[in-house]
Write a protein that binds this ligand. Structure first.
Ligand code: SF4
Ligand code: SF4
Length: 112
């Protein structure tokens, strides 16, 4: 029966099935990345977020959830201006995190 609306697909996450390999590699190289508390300060100050949706907060969450394609697309919008690094309350060098993630993607290019 058509009610004129649909239900959103479930947003439940099965942790056991996620590919967290890139996130694990990132945390080995940049251990502070794991201290992110998803406060959103980086996204609020991001030069590119207004027109591209760039967000370090989302980038780290997507990596934890194995959404590697979404991360790859987001990386291309970062201008490496470093504003996000200046406001992070956890002192995460977010600019370096982005560079590190970009290098990890270069190493797995073609396998995504
Ligand atoms: S500002 Fe720092 S702690 Fe807050 S969401 Fe961004 S990276 Fe995480
Ligand atoms: S370095 Fe990238 S993610 Fe950080 S504020 Fe600049 S454009 Fe945004």
């Amino acid at each position: 029966m058509d009610f004129g609306f649909g239900l959103n697909p479930s947003s439940a996450i099965e942790l056991d099935k996620l590919d967290q390999s890139l996130y694990a590699k990132l945390c080995r190289i940049e251990p502070t990345a794991s201290t992110c508390m998803a406060c959103g300060s980086c996204s609020a100050t991001c030069t590119a977020s207004g027109y591209s949706g760039m967000s370090v907060r989302k980038l780290l969450l997507d990596l934890q959830r194995g959404r590697n394609r979404e991360v790859e697309q987001m990386l291309s919008h970062c201008m490496l201006c470093g504003k996000c690094t200046m406001v992070c309350p956890r002192g995460i060098n977010t600019r370096r995190v982005i560079l590190t993630v970009s290098r990890l993607y270069e190493n797995v290019e073609g396998s995504l």
